[in-house]
Design a binder for this molecule. Structure first.
Ligand code: MLT
Length: 296
């Protein structure tokens, strides 16, 4: 059996596969055309974010039995094409949960205390203490949209910070989260109306594309803060830009963009935007865990 690892992953992935007598080829610089030519000899393919499994590549994957994405989203795999070809598409849903939840909380606190802006100001030789007066998160309402693995971990951490957590997830009932002090709402608009902070933990699918747009921003409290470590495109970037400029949204921490990297994105021009380069799952621990899970 022959497996191709076509994106950078910790060695543990290769080690586990080889210990099961699987021949592993690691090659991370295939062009799409080269991959299309070569894919026919492999039984398995392990990817992270760079490899795009297009219909053209999958069409040539005559021996392929499974594609595994070492991560949660399978956005870079054309799943209908894989299904048509009889190729199973897998993810590693648990490995980066904690890291992504920690990143969301990091952004929540950094937004509240103007950390990046204050750092830049000190580096420029300034000492602008009053300008960077922050807000306390304790006692504030956090709306968590999506209570899967990551959303639940974010909620747990926010509760430890003495926030009141409102949660929305059409697939989760109170019985599923009895041990957590999350107040479930049935109507997503309740989150928009009540929350001081909103964090997203849902996939980007047809139904969640532009889930948050002008109407939703209208419903929100003045001065709400938004955190998106899920996927670009769930929030309309144009609507977010307008809401940030008008002051409706006091700040947005954005780890994910409609187009990555976000070259020319006008959100980056705003001081009240805290951008990070899709770092949610990028810790040593999470990368090790997803590489191990993918191999297993
Ligand atoms: C994921 O889908 O696992 C995350 O977005 C992490 C990533 O792509 O780096």
């Amino acid at each position: 059996m022959k497996v191709l690892i076509s994106d950078n992953l910790p060695d543990i992935c290769k080690t586990i596969l080889e210990s099961a007598d699987i021949q592993v080829i690691t090659k991370t610089d295939f062009t799409p055309e080269e991959l299309q030519k070569e894919i026919g000899v492999y039984n398995g393919l392990i990817i992270r974010s760079s490899t795009q499994c297009t219909p053209e590549i999958i069409e040539r994957a005559d021996k392929l039995q499974a594609i595994c994405r070492a991560g949660v989203g399978v956005d870079n795999v054309n799943v209908p094409a894989a299904t048509k070809k009889g190729v199973i598409v897998m993810n590693t849903p648990g490995g980066n949960t904690t890291s992504t939840a920690e990143h969301a909380i990091t952004l929540l606190l950094a937004l509240s205390r103007n950390i990046p802006q204050a750092c830049n100001s000190v580096r420029e030789g300034k000492w602008e203490r009053k300008k960077f007066t922050g807000t306390q998160v304790s006692g504030k309402i956090l709306g968590v949209i999506g209570l899967g693995k990551i959303g639940k971990e974010v909620a747990k951490r926010a509760i430890a910070l003495e926030m009141k957590v409102l949660g929305y997830d059409p697939f989760v009932s109170n019985e599923k989260i009895p041990h957590l002090n999350i107040h479930l709402v049935k109507d997503l608009d309740e989150i928009y109306r009540q929350a001081d902070y909103i964090t997203l933990h849902i996939p980007l699918i047809k139904d969640t594309k532009n889930l948050i747009s002008n109407r939703e921003f209208e419903l929100m409290k003045n001065g709400v803060r938004i955190i998106n470590c899920a996927r670009g495109g769930i929030i309309s970037e144009d609507a977010l830009y307008d809401a940030l400029v008008s002051g409706k949204v006091a700040g947005a921490a954005i780890d994910v963009f409609e187009k990555e990297p976000p070259e020319g994105n006008k959100l980056l021009e705003l001081d009240n935007v805290l951008p990070t380069p899709h770092l949610g799952a990028l810790t040593e621990e999470a990368q090790y865990a997803v590489a191990r899970d993918a191999a297993e």
